[in-house]
Ligand binder design. Structure first.
Ligand SMILES: [Zn+2]
Length: 267
């Protein structure tokens, strides 16, 4: 499995680093290679090349498939870093692939993680919250792999918490606008969650009290409440979480486009 042991020269050694990484996504590259999108605790999101990974004889095996937790050695490349060694730490991918709902939830998690940890994302920039984003995703994938609880609940909890870590914390107890203690009946995703009768804009939704309690539980990790929620609340909560995610990712894409234009002007 290990390759190229022994002295590799000072330049090579100085240029290489080791890290644990969760595999978010892969792209094919050329005939036998792949670009692997990784989330790491210390380096945030990395895009790296795995050479020969698509050959059946590849030394990487399944270590670089989505959802896997692997320990990697990489060297800095001119554009992308190159993965020189990979060792499986926990094969979450293999366990998650055995359950369709878990697989669908994991796919949505890594897609969101990829977008939230791209360099420019989040109100604090992508780098500062990388360890927290890594821990959140790791915990969520591990819970999916264990079959600990309903995949949909794990997904919605993960989405609310990863958005909060990116600087977009929802509130499902106090009013998201004025802070008046709740719970309140109305929800408005563009204002950040629950809104009191005074702040409630037209077009706010009025989910069932059970749904609002579930959303608060998913955000804070109160699993006793979440596990005993009914199907209607889960469906309604999932719709609100999806709307909240979409609102922030789209708003972010628009602000990136504006930043892009202004940086072109200043050049
Ligand atoms: Zn209010």
């Amino acid at each position: 499995m290990a390759r190229g042991g022994g002295r590799s020269g000072a330049g090579y050694a100085a240029n290489s680093y080791r890290t644990d990484a969760l595999v978010l996504r892969t792209y094919t590259l050329g005939e036998a290679d792949r670009i692997i999108v990784l989330l790491t605790p210390g380096h945030g999101q990395i895009r790296a090349v795995a050479k020969g990974v698509r050959r059946t004889t590849s030394k990487f095996g399944a270590t670089l498939e989505p959802f896997m937790l692997s320990r990697l050695q990489l060297v800095h490349g001119r554009n992308l870093d190159i993965i020189t060694q990979a060792q499986s730490v926990t094969p979450y991918g293999q366990r998650i692939a055995q359950d369709y709902d878990a697989y669908a939830a994991a796919s949505a998690m890594v897609e969101t993680a990829e977008r939230l940890t791209a360099a420019e994302v989040g109100e604090h920039g992508g780098g500062l919250e990388a360890p927290s984003q890594y821990r959140l995703l790791h915990g969520a994938l591990a819970a999916l792999a264990r079959g600990a609880r309903a995949p949909r609940l794990l997904l919605d909890s993960y989405l609310l918490r990863s958005l909060a870590t990116a600087g977009w914390a929802a509130s499902f107890t106090d009013c998201a606008r004025c802070g008046t203690p709740g719970p309140h009946r109305s929800v408005n995703v563009s204002l950040g969650g629950s809104v009191c009768p005074d702040c409630r804009p037209p077009g706010s939704s009025t989910p069932s009290p059970g749904t609002i309690a579930l959303l608060a539980a998913l955000l804070s990790g109160q699993w006793d409440t979440a596990d005993t929620s009914d199907e209607t609340s889960r469906r309604e909560a999932a719709g609100i979480v999806a709307g909240y995610l979409q609102f922030h990712l789209e708003r972010h894409l628009k602000s990136l486009a504006v930043m892009d234009q202004s940086s072109h002007r200043s050049n």
